[in-house]
Design a protein around this ligand. Structure first.
Ligand SMILES: [Zn+2]
Length: 125
C-alpha cells in the first residue's frame, strides 16, 4: 500500500469537489474530529487510497502532537503525520466528491473500535 507524506495527502485533498460534498453518500463520515463509526456508516463509495503507517515501524508512538493546546478530539487538532493516531491511520477517499478521510482502529481489552476523521488540509502539519 502506498505510504503518503504530508504533501501527497494535501494533493489528494485538493481533488475534493466542494460542490458535491454536502449530501454526498460519504456524509456520515464527514466529521471534523475523531469519531467511532460502525461499518454501516461506511459507504462503498469511500475507498482506500493509501496509508500514513510506516509498515517497518514495529511500535509506532502513542505520543500526540498538540503545540497549540488542542486535544485528541479537537476539531482543530493538527493532522500530524508520524504522531498518534495518524501513524496508525489509513487514508480513504470518496470516489464521488473526493473528500479524504483517515481511519484507524482502537484496540481495547475486549473491543475493536474503528475511528474516522475527515481531513481538513489546512490542519496537515
Ligand atoms: Zn463524498
Amino acid at each position: 500500500m502506498a505510504r503518503l507524506n504530508a504533501e501527497q495527502l494535501r494533493e489528494l485533498c485538493a481533488r475534493q469537489d466542494p460542490s458535491l460534498v454536502a449530501g454526498c453518500t460519504c456524509a456520515p463520515l464527514q466529521v471534523p474530529s475523531w469519531e467511532s463509526i460502525t461499518d454501516e456508516r461506511w459507504h462503498e463509495s469511500v475507498r482506500l487510497a493509501g496509508t500514513l503507517r510506516d509498515e517497518e515501524e514495529y511500535e509506532p508512538t502513542f505520543e500526540e502532537f498538540h503545540p497549540k493546546g488542542t486535544r485528541y478530539a479537537s476539531p482543530d487538532a493538527p493532522i500530524a503525520l508520524g504522531w498518534f493516531p495518524f501513524n496508525r491511520s489509513d487514508v480513504h477517499a470518496c470516489s464521488r466528491c473526493h473528500s479524504v478521510f483517515l481511519r484507524y482502529t482502537e484496540y481495547g481489552g475486549y473491543y475493536m473500535d474503528h475511528r474516522v476523521r475527515m481531513v481538513d488540509p489546512k490542519l496537515i502539519v
